[in-house]
Design a protein around this ligand. Structure first.
Ligand SMILES: Nc1ncnc2c1ncn2[C@@H]1O[C@H](COP(=O)(O)OP(=O)(O)OP(=O)(O)O)[C@@H](O)[C@H]1O
Ligand SMILES: [Mg+2]
Length: 469
């Protein structure tokens, strides 16, 4: 949250208006005394019976009611019920001449904030009121921040208006205040890391470390020391002590990306660390205690990996306390135009270039494409288009890379492609470009995914005229 928004909150919430207190008491001297005591800090409204109290509540904002239990036309507890029925958010402090435990308990059960016996100590009453209004200010601020985050086109950095993603935003909000493990699944590029960061950025661990580890990118033999650190001399080459990611993440979150690639012996160790919330560095014997939330992400079917014996079932359930499944972009096509605008602005700013927009036929083509590399693929494409675009000129259909669209493939199913060899070429072009986009045009990775030799891929690309635009 940037600075300007914060200033705005202070103005609108804390300095918005003085809290309004309604004093309900049939004795005029009591009403006057309370008015004098409170008027410096609060706006005071007074009522002498239940009927006028309800009128005052209905006619204007009231934050807190100081309510005498004995009133001429009703009893205070009955009135408390009516106030809460009207607006449960209004705080009520009961004032009573009798020190009756029964009455106090009944009031608190019906939702009173506090119960004070008369005659009361001024300081006590002021403190109770202050406690309540402080809570009110904090609540408004939190509500405001949550509202600010949840805008009509998404949630913070996450752009989406699809119902599936809206349900995920609700979940993010709910789990952010807990420390439960979260398993985020979804195809590559669907925003798994973005969601993990969103949970951290609003939750109770906000401002604490967020340490991301890509389990697939570190060689298996170095992974243990990467996660848990090592002592000097722990193994050949360990010349100095090393602090592991778990130690860095203490108090915050560790994000285990591509968790399915974690070797079996580390799955066992990870499970133990999750259970015991402590570990030893490699080659060490000091027990290091940590307070960590674990979020893990994977784009493979982890349940299948469990069945195949590649992933421990107990660890799977331990990680999957809260599962979040991100839908692929092709299942939320309504987000594509929004995301295009978002990335045009983002990369326009980054390249310091003004691109006024994108033509509607280009948008249609992009909406109809299947996006195997999901949002990352879309973002990479828009970035490329912005880099290549001429300042001030709209991007149009002809600027899009040739052959990436379903229209190309649609010709196959509608019979427009008559020649078998041409149809095959269309399919090959579409398929290869899809994988290349997914791997960010990394030929080696793409060839691996296609289970094809790299030279075959390069030859096919040449033959089919596939070039990175
Ligand atoms: N809903 C979204 N709104 C805006 N940007 C998004 C959204 N989803 C993803 N992105 C962007 O797309 C890119 C990929 O997202 P992210 O790295 O979170 O995906 P991922 O699921 O972790 O991918 P991988 O499985 O390949 O690691 C990032 O640049 C991210 O900012
Ligand atoms: Mg990722």
């Amino acid at each position: 949250m940037g600075q300007p928004a914060r200033n705005f909150i202070l103005k609108t919430v804390v300095g918005m208006r003085r809290p309004v207190i309604l004093v309900v008491d049939d004795e005029q001297p009591v009403r006057e005394m309370l008015q004098v005591l409170l008027r410096d800090k609060y706006m005071i409204v007074a009522a002498r019976d239940g009927k006028s109290a309800l009128e005052a509540i209905r006619s204007g904002p009231v934050d807190l009611v100081l309510l005498d239990v004995n009133l001429p036309d009703t009893d205070g507890i009955r009135l408390l019920e009516k106030i809460k029925e009207f607006d449960n958010e209004i705080g009520v402090v009961m004032l009573s001449a009798s020190d009756s435990a029964q009455q106090a308990v009944a009031s608190l059960r019906k939702g009173a904030y506090d119960y004070i016996t008369k005659p009361f100590d001024d300081e006590d009453l002021l403190l109770t009121i202050k406690r309540y209004t402080d809570k009110l200010t904090l609540k408004s601020e939190v509500d405001y921040l949550k509202e600010e985050l949840r805008n009509k086109n998404g949630y913070g950095e996450i752009i989406s208006k699809s119902p599936k993603m809206r349900a995920i935003f609700d979940l993010i909000q709910k789990v952010s205040i807990t420390s439960s493990s979260i398993l985020i699944t979804g195809e590559s590029g669907t925003g798994k890391e973005l969601v993990a960061r969103a949970v951290q950025s609003i939750g109770s661990r906000k401002g604490k470390p967020f340490v991301a580890v890509n389990c697939g990118a570190v060689p298996a033999e170095l992974m243990e020391s990467e996660l848990f650190g090592h002592e000097r001399g722990a193994f050949t080459g360990a010349h100095t002590k090393k602090i592991g990611k778990f130690e860095y993440a203490d108090g915050g979150t560790i994000f285990l990306d591509e968790v399915a690639t974690l070797p079996m012996h580390l799955q066992i160790k990870l499970l133990r660390v999750l259970q015991e919330k402590s570990f030893e560095r490699v080659g060490g014997n000091i027990l290091i205690k940590v307070d960590i939330r674990v979020m893990a992400a994977t784009n493979v079917d982890l349940e299948k990996e469990v069945r195949k014996g590649n992933f421990r079932e107990d660890l799977y359930y331990r990680l999957k306390v809260v599962p979040i499944e991100l839908p692929p972009l092709r299942e939320r096509k309504e987000d594509i135009p929004l995301l295009i605008q978002h990335f045009l602005k983002k990369h326009g700013r980054k390249c310091n270039k003004f691109v006024p927009g994108i033509s509607s036929d280009a948008i249609n083509a992009l909406v109809n494409y299947s996006w195997p590399g999901n949002i990352r693929e879309l973002e990479n494409l828009i970035e490329r288009l912005v880099v290549l675009a001429r300042e001030g000129q709209e991007i149009n259909y002809n600027d899009l890379p040739v052959g990436m669209f379903c229209a190309d493939i649609e010709g196959l199913s509608t019979g427009e492609q008559k020649d078998f060899r041409d149809a095959l070429k269309s399919f090959e072009r579409h398929y290869i470009i899809g994988i290349l986009n997914k791997t960010n045009w990394n030929r080696i990775e793409a060839a691996k995914e296609m289970k094809m030799h790299r030279n075959t891929l390069l030859a096919k690309m040449k033959d089919l005229g596939i070039k990175e635009s």
